[in-house]
Design a protein around this ligand. Structure first.
Ligand code: NAD
Length: 415
């Protein structure tokens, strides 16, 4: 069986779906890997490293797309999908909730496709959880961006010229990315505080040495995700946050609700109340942003506060982001491929069934189908992000996110 690794074509996408380390493991299992020339260049992985690991290199994209299995990071464009061989399968972030054109193209091509975002977040699938692996990268990068843009120190400094107090960092949304942002900011010496509408994460926030901001609002939803707030709850939350964030130097926002626009947590009034020189890093830009003044993909200064909205943060750290993604893909492939090296698609397996969005041309993922049919809100419990950039570790063994529900950050892609 041949596995193809095309060069990513989306603007700013520097990651690659497989790395030489994983190519070597697939070769050891008797599988052939075909890598497009330059596919790893953005992650500083030269063709020679893939060749040394046993991959076949080619400049012919059609040969890569014609493999039995094609593995990719970002959703393919319809032209790429048309290059899939008959009976081939595609594995990657496919944005089932936010990119209906991808799903439609896959159905038209009579393909079978597995979306990394749709893998159920159960304990058996943790090694395949690319939402989490890429959100970890996003959270780390977000903390660094906050430090870079602030113009103040994170740590407390006691110097001959006097003492500098530590920066205060607030993280709104304590999922995978939020927890990693808290951990990273703390390692850099900041005084950290975390907030979420799922009270069960308070313990995880505290375990990272951060304070828990309790606004008395609970909004747990399906599959371990948060639900969307009512208009009244939203107004209460915005008012409480306007008061709470005044004293913080950096506010990192990561709040997402599957299949819905990002919740607006930080209003213009709240930004006005912050100290000049403070920074907001909004990781939810791909879903519209958590801050009212966010301009997705831009860095703007409003009321003397810098609002940074990076897109596809994992692509800013392509080597490790690719390595983690490739290991997630390897774990999934181990489930899809039998010991004889041939495809064995067991649709009785909840991971295989949950991750599959298109099977032999039929759209089988409820959220993807709803998006194609233009149903607002798609299926309940669906995350529309692309890891976004967000996701860590707060994963609890046995927790199940409905497979029907996910669509996230391609480590960048909008959930
Ligand atoms: P996410 O990226 O979908 O959302 C980020 C955070 O935003 C979440 O913690 C959410 O509660 C929060 N949020 C949403 N609306 C909010 C609002 N109005 N105000 C404040 N915060 C708000 O989340 P994620 O990082 O993908 O994780 C979501 C869930 O999945 C968690 O329960 C996590 O523990 C679980 N998970 C499970 C596994 C597993 O393998 N079992 C793995 C990873 C994550």
């Amino acid at each position: 069986m041949r596995i193809g690794v095309p060069t990513e074509t989306a603007a700013g996408e520097h990651r690659v779906a497989l790395v030489p380390e994983v190519v070597g493991k697939l070769k050891a299992q008797g599988l052939e890997v075909v890598v497009q020339n330059g596919a790893g260049a953005g992650a500083l992985l030269p063709d020679s490293a893939f060749a040394d690991a046993g991959a076949e290199l080619t400049g012919d994209a059609a040969a890569v797309w014609g493999c039995d299995v094609v593995v990719k990071i970002a959703p393919p464009d319809p032209e790429e999908v048309r290059g899939l061989g008959s009976g081939s399968i595609l594995v990657g972030f496919l944005a089932p909730l936010s990119s209906p054109q991808t799903t439609r193209a896959l159905a038209d091509a009579h393909a079978t496709a597995f979306a990394m975002e749709a893998i159920p977040r159960i304990s058996r699938a943790q090694s395949m959880d690319a939402l989490s692996s890429q959100s970890n990268v996003s959270g780390y990068e977000a903390a660094l961006l906050g430090a870079e843009h602030m113009g103040r120190f994170y740590p407390m400094l006691m110097t001959a010229a006097g003492t500098i107090p530590p920066a205060k960092v607030l993280v709104l949304g304590a999922g995978v990315a939020g927890l990693q942002a808290l951990a990273t900011a703390r390692r850099l010496g900041a005084r950290t505080t975390g907030y979420d509408v799922r009270p069960e994460v308070a313990e995880q926030v505290r375990s990272l040495g951060a304070q828990w901001l309790d606004l008395g609002l609970e909004a747990g939803g399906e599959g371990g995700y948060a639900r969307e707030l009512t208009a009244e709850e939203r107004a209460t939350q915005q008012q409480a946050l306007t008061d709470a964030i005044k004293g913080f130097d950096v506010v990192i926002t990561t709040a997402l609700v599957p299949g819905r626009p990002a919740p607006r947590l930080v209003t213009e009034e709240a930004v006005q109340g912050m100290k000049p020189g403070s920074v907001i890093v909004d990781l939810a830009g791909e879903s519209g942003g958590n801050c009212e003044l966010t301009e997705p993909g831009e860095t703007v200064v409003r009321h003397d506060v810098k609002i940074v909205s990076p897109l596809n943060l994992p692509a800013r750290m392509p080597e490790h982001a690719s390595q983690l993604f490739a290991r997630n893909v390897l774990a999934l492939l181990e489930l899809l491929v039998g010991e004889d090296g041939a495809l064995r698609l067991d649709f009785e397996d909840e991971i295989v069934a949950g991750a599959c969005i298109v099977r032999d041309g039929e759209i089988v993922h409820p959220g993807a189908r709803a998006a194609v049919e233009g149903v607002a809100g798609a299926a309940p419990g669906v995350a529309a992000s692309g890891a976004p950039g967000v996701g860590t570790s707060g994963a609890t063994a046995g927790e199940t996110r409905s497979a029907a529900d996910v669509d996230a950050p391609s480590g960048g892609a909008p959930r």
